[in-house]
Design a protein around this ligand. Structure first.
Ligand code: GLC
Length: 583
């Protein structure tokens, strides 16, 4: 229950809680992925059963019931394929094998069996833009002469300038430095360059070559045949590059910059990429059980992203603009309205996401004090540390608000424990390639990838019998899953309640009507399926309306309540769900 305020502010005249016309009306479909909650497991940090300090598939199988108890529909499993782990598994050397670090194919089959028992789908994270430089196809390409069929699987080009000393174009890697690396010819003479939009250990495939498409279609079938519920598709906007590979003076990640809109970036969003996903969709549709495709299509603006989820393409696309919106009522309202319109226009659900393995966790992001986070990379020991109390309060409020929205929601492992980043991680532990590639200028993403705390067992809070691959921050012994199970007021119980209410009120398939008159005030509200969702982003408490019952509050893990909301106040940095007393 939100704290009552003895002297609640007089309700501003415009807070009448009348609902506007629907911004979004439910579409006719009721498939599971239109209203799903999908939980991301980052295997290396989930649960280690071998004492390697790195999580594994048997660890996921053993603990999956904990995740099932949250009431999620599916797991998105970050890569567990054979990989030299230069980019934490997003550098795949064999797409049909499990890396020994994580287990075996038999372990994957057992995970699927347990997931089936718990009625949870497992989505595999497929990485089609690039592989590992240790992949057999790339090794063969290196050993083959320029112009050979083996080299045509990748993007090899001659250099520019005298003796080819300059890279073929000016493209930059997402992780810093040039996007090209020069390799010797098989005879040892200085040779061609190959393209890698990420680390040099991640050569980009040449998707203009139909053999690459054939190979990936076979890989999809391999995992679908083993029971995968579908795929999260890595860097789904980058597979096809503009012909001629023209120079690009905009940002390496393509994000809009003055004079360089995303739409002009030659390495992203090329029209032919949609043919790939139409073929993939038809493959998924050949399997029973509504197998799905979820795009990591970091394209701008959001109306362009909707192209990835047209009826014959993918099912969902991560809503990064929502994730990147700050603590601001008008901005949140605008992006939500715009997202719903954009996705409604193509008959797809919008998705909502606040955290993942690539960004600072929202409990840290929303608690950052000035100066704010380093762009994209969170905070390090030298930075002003976040206000963790504020961050957690806002994170829970943002989550409750998000879970009230119609469409699909994503949860990143550990956010149900209220975890923030390890913002004091000593630099010697950093493994993200962007840290080394920029000589430490960028911190990288290790801070949000720290192994989960399960219990009070040492040395890594039940994650492993050994030290984890990254150390956990001080204080996590109080927020382990075991401790939170025992505490009815914990963030864990709060998530469970919110997810349960979301399901019973069918909010994922609902409509959205904004509360009239909150624009401009730092109070945001909407109605969905009879539930009134309110978020206070301001600095003053707001009296709750009469005639409503409090269903859930971010300020505490209240059990489903029959308490009248009248007389209570919604404090700053908190959210509530209400329903009419008469309902
Ligand atoms: C995606 C992944 C990220 C990875 C990159 C390269 O953005 O989410 O973790 O580094 O692709 O594969």
């Amino acid at each position: 229950m939100p704290q009552t305020d003895e002297h609640p502010a007089t309700p501003p005249a415009h807070l009448e809680f009348r609902l506007e016309d629907a911004t979004h009306a439910p579409s006719s479909g009721n498939e599971w992925w239109r209203r799903s909650v999908i939980y991301q497991i980052y295997p290396r940090s989930f649960r280690d059963t071998t004492g390697s300090g790195i999580g594994d598939l048997p660890g996921i199988t053993a603990e999956l019931h904990h995740i099932a108890s949250l009431g999620v529909d599916a797991i998105w499993l970050s890569p567990f394929f054979a990989s030299p782990q230069k980019d934490a598994g997003y550098d795949v050397s064999d797409y049909r094998a499990v890396d020994p670090l994580f287990g075996t194919l038999a372990d994957f089959d057992e995970l699927i069996a347990e997931a089936n028992r718990l009625e949870i789908k497992i989505l595999v994270d497929i990485v089609p833009n690039h592989c590992s430089s240790e992949h057999a196809m790339f090794r063969e390409a290196l050993a083959s002469p320029r112009g050979s069929a083996a080299r045509e699987h990748f993007i090899f080009r001659d250099g520019r300038g005298k003796d080819g000393q300059l890279p073929p174009n000016n493209w930059q890697s997402h992780f810093g430095g040039s996007a090209w690396t020069r390799v010797p010819d098989p005879d040892g003479a200085p040779g061609q360059y190959y393209l890698h939009l990420f680390d040099h250990s991640q050569p980009d495939f040449n998707w203009d070559n139909p053999a690459v498409g054939d190979e990936f279609e076979s890989i999809l079938r391999f995992w679908l045949d083993r029971g995968a519920g579908g795929f999260r598709v890595d860097v789904a906007h980058a597979l096809i590059k503009a012909s001629g590979l023209p120079d690009w003076h905009g940002r390496a990640d393509g994000a809009d910059s003055p004079g360089y809109p995303f739409a002009d970036a030659p390495m992203f969003g090329q029209p032919a990429v949609h043919d790939v996903y139409r073929r993939w969709r038809s493959i998924c549709d050949q399997y029973p059980g509504e197998r799905v495709l979820c795009a990591e299509a970091n394209v701008h603006p959001i109306e362009a992203m909707a192209d990835w989820v047209r009826p014959d393409e993918m099912h969902q696309s991560f809503n990064f603009p929502f994730l990147h919106t700050g603590w601001d009522a008008a901005a949140l309202k605008a992006i939500i309205t715009r997202s719903l319109k954009a996705f409604d226009a193509v008959g797809a659900p919008s998705t909502w996401v606040l955290s993942n393995h690539d960004v600072p966790r929202h409990a840290t992001r929303l608690g950052a004090v000035s100066p704010a986070l380093r762009p994209g990379d969170g905070l390090g020991p030298e930075d002003v540390q976040p206000d963790s109390g504020l961050g957690l309060a806002r994170a829970r409020a943002a989550t409750l608000f998000m879970l009230g929205l119609p469409g699909g929601a994503y949860i990143y492992q550990g956010e149900e424990l209220g975890l923030g980043d390890h913002t004091l991680l000593p630099h010697e532990y950093r493994q993200d390639p962007s840290y080394a590639r920029t000589n430490g200028e960028r911190l990288g993403r290790d801070g949000c990838r720290v192994p989960l705390p399960w219990s009070d067992s040492t040395p890594s809070l039940g994650f492993s019998d050994a030290a984890g691959w990254l150390p956990q921050p001080e204080g996590w012994e109080t927020v382990t899953r075991q401790a939170q199970e025992a505490d009815p007021d914990s963030t864990l119980h709060f998530y469970r309640l919110a997810l349960d209410l979301r399901r019973t009120h069918n909010l994922g398939l609902g409509n959205l009507n904004w509360v009239e008159g909150t624009d401009g005030a730092q109070l945001l509200g909407f109605g969905n399926s009879g539930v009134l969702v309110l978020l206070n982003l301001g600095t003053a408490p707001v009296p709750l309306p009469a005639g409503e019952v409090l269903l859930a509050s971010s300020a505490t893990a209240v059990a489903r309540s029959t308490e009248a909301a009248s007389g209570l106040a919604l404090n700053p940095d908190a959210a509530v769900w209400l329903r009419p007393e008469t309902a």
